[in-house]
Design a binder for this molecule. Structure first.
Ligand code: ATP
Ligand code: MG
Length: 335
C-alpha cells in the first residue's frame, strides 16, 4: 500500500475516518440506501497537505483505541493530526478530537464518569512496567487488569489472588505479551454481576437507540470482549451472547443520566457499558465511541420493523451533513 492523499468526493459527502475497513460495511450500506455520498479515510498509509483546505462535508471519526493491534503503533497520532487539521479549518466533526481522547484513555473515561456523579469501579492507573503487583496490593481479590488504551478487551484479565498477579505481572512489562501501548495498565475492582450479563447502551445523536445485554456466563470473562469486537461470521461461540434488553428505555433513570453526560461531553455516538452488581450497584465502566453493532441484534431489530442502529446512524449523519453544508439536501436528491 502506498501513502496517498486522502480521497475527496465531487460534492458534499460524509467522510468516515477510521482504521479498520472490516468495520465499515454496515454503515456504508445504510448511507447508500439513503443516497448519501460517503468517502472512507483509512489510516494509516495516508498523507494530508496542511496548506490545503479540507473538502466540504461532514466528518465522522470512527477511530478506535485498538488500531495499534492491527496496523502500526502510531495510528493514534495520525488520527490526532487529521482531526486537528479538520477542526482548525472549522469543519464539523462527529465524535471530534475531544471524543477520541476519551476513546483512547480509560483513565479519562473514569474521571469523567466520577466527575458526573456515576458509580465507577475503583481503579488505579499504573505507569510503566514495574509497579503493577504493588498497586494491586491495595485491592482485595478478585480484581482485574486492563489496558488504559483498550478496546476489544486488551489486557482484561481477572486475578483471584495476589500471587496470581505476581506471576503474571511481567506480561504487562515492556516486551511482555500484554504490554500496554501507552505504558499504562489499570488495576480495577472486580464487579460481580447480580446476573451473568453486562449491559451496553447505544446512543446515537446523543439519545438512547437500544440497550444490549451481553452474556458473560460461560466462563467467558476474557473472551467476552473479543466477542464484542467480532465481525460478522467470525464469532466462535455457537449461542449468540448478545440480545436486546427491551426493558432499558429512554425512561430508565440511568439512561437519562447518560444522555445528560453525553450532551455535556459533546459526544453524539457512543456505547456505554454498565454492570448491575450483586450488591445492588449500577456501575458504569466503559465509554466506547466506535461500536460495531452486533449483527444478530441488528437483524432482529429490522425483523421487528424497528430501525437498526446502522440505519439510525446514517439518518443522523445525513441530517448533520445537511446542517454542516447547506444545500446538501438538493445535492443528495439529484445525485
Ligand atoms: N471491573 C470489572 N468487573 C467485572 N467485569 C469487567 C470489569 N471490567 C471489564 N469487565 C468485563 O470485561 C469486558 C471488557 O472490559 P472493557 O469494556 O473495560 O474493555 P474494552 O477493552 O473496552 O473492551 P470492549 O472493546 O469489548 O468494550 C467487559 O465488557 C466486562 O465483561
Ligand atoms: Mg467494553
Amino acid at each position: 500500500m502506498s501513502t496517498q492523499l486522502l480521497p475527496v468526493a465531487d460534492g458534499p459527502a460524509v467522510y468516515i475516518i477510521h482504521d479498520n475497513p472490516e468495520w465499515i460495511a454496515p454503515f456504508a450500506q445504510a448511507l447508500e440506501r439513503l443516497g448519501v455520498d460517503y468517502v472512507e479515510w483509512l489510516l494509516p498509509e495516508a498523507q494530508i497537505d496542511l496548506t490545503a483546505e479540507p473538502p466540504q462535508g461532514l466528518f465522522w471519526s470512527r477511530l478506535s483505541a485498538s488500531a495499534h493491534t492491527r496496523t502500526d503503533s502510531h495510528v493514534k497520532e495520525y488520527g490526532r493530526a487529521v482531526l486537528a487539521w479538520l477542526e482548525a479549518a472549522g469543519r464539523t466533526v462527529i465524535n471530534a478530537s475531544h471524543v477520541y481522547e476519551l476513546e483512547v484513555s480509560k483513565v479519562r473515561q473514569h474521571q469523567e464518569l466520577v466527575a458526573h456523579g456515576f458509580d465507577a469501579p475503583r481503579t488505579s492507573a499504573v505507569f510503566g512496567g514495574t509497579g503493577l503487583a504493588a498497586a494491586a496490593q491495595d485491592f482485595t481479590p478478585p480484581f482485574i487488569t486492563k489496558h488504559n488504551q483498550g478496546g476489544k478487551g486488551l489486557g482484561v484479565r481477572r486475578f483471584d489472588s495476589h500471587a496470581e498477579l505476581d506471576a503474571a505481572a511481567g506480561d504487562f512489562a515492556p516486551g511482555g505479551s500484554s504490554e500496554p501501548i501507552d505504558g499504562i495498565t489499570l488495576v480495577q475492582e472486580y464487579l460481580q454481576p447480580a446476573q451473568p450479563f453486562i449491559t451496553r447502551a447505544e446512543f446515537i445523536g446523543g439519545r438512547l437507540h437500544y440497550a444490549v445485554r451481553v452474556d458473560v456466563s460461560a466462563g467467558s470473562f476474557e473472551l467476552c470482549p473479543a466477542d464484542a469486537c467480532a465481525v460478522p461470521g467470525t464469532s466462535a461461540s455457537a449461542v449468540d451472547p448478545f440480545t436486546r434488553r427491551e426493558e432499558i428505555t429512554a425512561q430508565t433513570p440511568l439512561v437519562g443520566r447518560l444522555e445528560t453526560l453525553l450532551s455535556q461531553l459533546g459526544i453524539d455516538i457512543a456505547g456505554i457499558e454498565f454492570i448491575e452488581t450483586l450488591d445492588g450497584r449500577q456501575v458504569v465502566y466503559d465509554i466506547n465511541t466506535n461500536t460495531n453493532y452486533n449483527p444478530s441484534v441488528e437483524d432482529t431489530e429490522r425483523g421487528a420493523g424497528r430501525i437498526a442502529a446502522a440505519d439510525r446512524i446514517a439518518e443522523f449523519l445525513k441530517g448533520e451533513l445537511a446542517e454542516a453544508v447547506p444545500g446538501t439536501e438538493a445535492f443528495t436528491q439529484s445525485h
